[in-house]
Write a protein that binds this ligand. Sequence first.
Ligand SMILES: Cc1cc2nc3c(=O)[nH]c(=O)nc-3n(C[C@H](O)[C@H](O)[C@H](O)COP(=O)(O)OP(=O)(O)OC[C@H]3O[C@@H](n4cnc5c(N)ncnc54)[C@H](O)[C@@H]3O)c2cc1C
Ligand code: SF4
Ligand code: SF4
Ligand code: SF4
Length: 384
Amino acid sequence: MLKLSQKADCCGCGACAQACPKKCITMIPDSEGFLYPAVDADSCVNCGICEKVCPVLKNAKPESDDVLAFAAYTPDAELRENSSSGGVFSVLAHEILRRDGVVFGAAFAEDLSVGHVMVEKSEQLSRLRGSKYVQSRIGDTYRQVKELLEQGRTVLFTGVSCQIAGLKAFLRKDYENLWTVDVLCHGVPSPAVWQQYCREQEAKRASKLERVRFRDKRTGWRSASIAMDFSGGEAYCQRNATDPYMRLFLSDICLRPSCHSCRFKDVPRLSDLTIGDAWGIEKHMPELDDNRGTSVVLVNSEKGKVLWETVAPALVSRQGEVDTLLPKTADSRKSVKPHPNRSKFFVALSQGATVEQLCKLTRRSWYRRLLSFGKRTIKRLLRK
Ligand SMILES: Cc1cc2nc3c(=O)[nH]c(=O)nc-3n(C[C@H](O)[C@H](O)[C@H](O)COP(=O)(O)OP(=O)(O)OC[C@H]3O[C@@H](n4cnc5c(N)ncnc54)[C@H](O)[C@@H]3O)c2cc1C
Ligand code: SF4
Ligand code: SF4
Ligand code: SF4
């Protein structure tokens, strides 16, 4: 039977719960708001399947370390504006739908919680478009994927890399008709914190929050904003650097424990293709930068290469070096340290602190700020 020695060993992919033949595993939120498997020991028959499909226990390694890197964006200005980076996700998704396939990805629900859903029509793709900075519930999508694959349908599954690892471990074999695309991520915040922020924003205006865009580009791609629309016609737009929820996310104070010792971040990766923000593009390839969003694309497998070569002519793109387009030091490539006040943060959350009050915990002490200033200065001097 599945036993977790520490919370950091579970990324919450739900592969175990979906694979259990006795349906005796339920994904339940812990006190921090993250889902973990709970096993009903009375119904368990000790078949060991849950352990076999756990991507963390399985520790699967990518088959090839031959990785290609590109910077790219779609020339469709509206599509690019509505995408977080260069809109590469939508171009890949359109290609799969054109082949009568289905696309899985993260979408908002009515209460603005985030979960994985399946899309079969182009006009539904906007549900998956755009980054949602909160952990997405996988639900029973791995089972749906398996069913569709066995019916011979073409499937594109997208998500953060531990979700791709979970799907691959769940399937336990390769399917010619499956493509996987992971989005680079530095970590996922707690759904409980996001829900609290949504309800606080609604209470302030006595109005229902209807729409959220985490990467609104009216203030530019590099300095994007979180934008919200309310049922009463009110709107809110705040730069990510100053919005309280985004400050919590970016300070690494409310990320899932597994994100601080992530097994799935580095290159090479398990997915066919990886997409992310091409940060620093203005230095490496200024001709591909106009501050409207440029994606970095990693081609990780032969299959990924075939799909990439099909869509690339529809994009503005250029090949580059992997470590230049995605530096080894990027937060999306190595695990980030938890904020020193992480424990205090979750205690305060459970005691009813507001998101604005919680934000004060992101301020680092004078001692820590001095220490990191010292480290940065020494590194700079050593580089010279
Ligand atoms: C939590 C999170 C953290 C990220 N951190 C980084 C980072 O540190 N560095 C970096 O370069 N890029 C990061 N990204 C990726 C980046 O924000 C863009 O999503 C990516 O570049 C794709 O952009 P696009 O323009 O091609 O498509 P878009 O339309 O913007 O992206 C849509 C894709 O994102 C997926 N997606 C959206 N929200 C989630 C979610 N909560 N969980 C799983 N999948 C989701 C959708 O399923 C779809 O595949 C992060 C994304 C997420 C969701
Ligand atoms: S050992 Fe088998 S029956 Fe028991 S929880 Fe795991 S998958 Fe379910
Ligand atoms: S990582 Fe996934 S499969 Fe493993 S225990 Fe956690 S939810 Fe289950
Ligand atoms: S940092 Fe790792 S564990 Fe966390 S969401 Fe991203 S891929 Fe999953």
